[in-house]
Design a protein around this ligand. Sequence first.
Ligand SMILES: Cc1ncc(COP(=O)(O)O)c(C=O)c1O
Length: 377
Amino acid sequence: MKVPFLDLNAHHQPIRAQLDAAIREVIDTSAFAGGPFVAAFERDFAKYCGSNYAIGVGNGTDAIWLTLLALGVGEGDEVITVPSTFMATTEAISYCGARPKFVDIDERLYTMDPELLERAISPRTKAIVPVHLFGQCADMDPILEVAGRHGIPVVEDACQAHGAVYKKRKAGVLGVAGCFSFYPGKNLGALGEAGGVTTNDKELAGKIQVLRDHGQHRKYYHSKIGWNARMDGIQGAVLSVKLKQLEVNNVRRHAHGLLYDQLLGETEEIITPFEGPHNRHVYHIYAVRVKERNQILQALAERGISCAIHYPIPVHLQEAYQFLGHTEGSFPVAERCAEEFLSLPMFPELTTEQIHSVADELKSCIGGRKPQSSLVN
Ligand SMILES: Cc1ncc(COP(=O)(O)O)c(C=O)c1O
C-alpha cells in the first residue's frame, strides 16, 4: 500500500466549497492586504488560544522576528533557544542582530531541558525561546520559573503546536507571546504563507501591529522603521474556515498517534514519542527514533511509505552558524536525535489501514521485538 507523508488534497476536498466561497468574498471586496478578513481571523484565533490578542503576519519567521524586535532584542544581545528546531527560530534571532545561545533538549520530550537553562543565562540574555517541537509543549513551568527569577521574557515558538495543551492552557498563552506558522502543512495551514502572534500584553500587541505594517501607527505616519509583514486577506479568510476544523483534526491526529504507539511501542529498536504527563500532544509530526535511520527511510520509500526527517542537521552544526564555534558533541542529545528521528506519515485523514501498513512495513524493515518489561515509554 502506498502511504503519502501528507495529503493536503484529502484535507481540502471536504471543505473545498467553503474555501472557494471565502476566497471569492475576498476577491469581491478587494480586501487583499490585511483588512477585515485578517481582523476576523485574529479574533477567532485569539479566542481559540485563550489570548487577549492575535496579530496576523506574513509567516512564522516574521512572527518570531517581530515579537523579539518588539521586546527590544537587538545588536549585542543573546537569545536562548534549542538546536533541535527549524532554522527559522534562529534566523529570527539573528535578524534582530542578536546571537542565538543554545540549550540542549530533554531526551523524552525533545524540547528545551529546563535543568540546563539557568547556566546559559548571561547579562546579555534578552529572551528565551523554547520550541514546542512536533506539536508538544516544552515543560514550561520550570522554564518560566528560571526566566521569571532573571526577569527575562519567554517567547514560545509554537509554529508546530496549534492547539497543543500544557497544564490545561493552550500553546500561545504560556509565555509573554506565542508565535505560530500557518504554512500549508501545519495543523492549521493557510493556502500559502501566513503566521501569527498571540499575547495577553496590549502594549506588545500594539508594537507588533505597528512593526508588521511599515512602522505606521496611522496611514503614512511612521513612528518606527518597520517592515511589510502583513497577513494577506485571502489567507485570513481561508484560515477562519480551517480554524473550525482544527480541534477535530487534532483529536484525529492524537488518535493516530496512540495507534502508532500501540503498534510500534513493543519493538525494541523503535523509540516512540513520549507524551508528557501535563501535555496534549497534537502530533504535527509523529517522529520515532531508530538506528540506521537513512537506510530505513530508503527501504520504506521503496515500499511506498513516504517518511521525512525533521531535521537532519541540528541548527548549531549548520554551515550558516559555524561562526558560533560549536562542534559535534556540543549538544549531544540534539545531535543523537537528529541522527535517529524518522517522521512517519501523519495527517488527520490517514486511515487505520494506512497506519497498520506503515507500522508493519517499518517493523519488517527493522525486525525484532522487545520484552514487555523494557518498554521505552
Ligand atoms: C519550529 C518552527 N519555527 C519557525 C517556523 C517558521 O515558520 P514559517 O515557515 O511560517 O516562516 C517553522 C516552520 O516550519 C517551524 O517549524
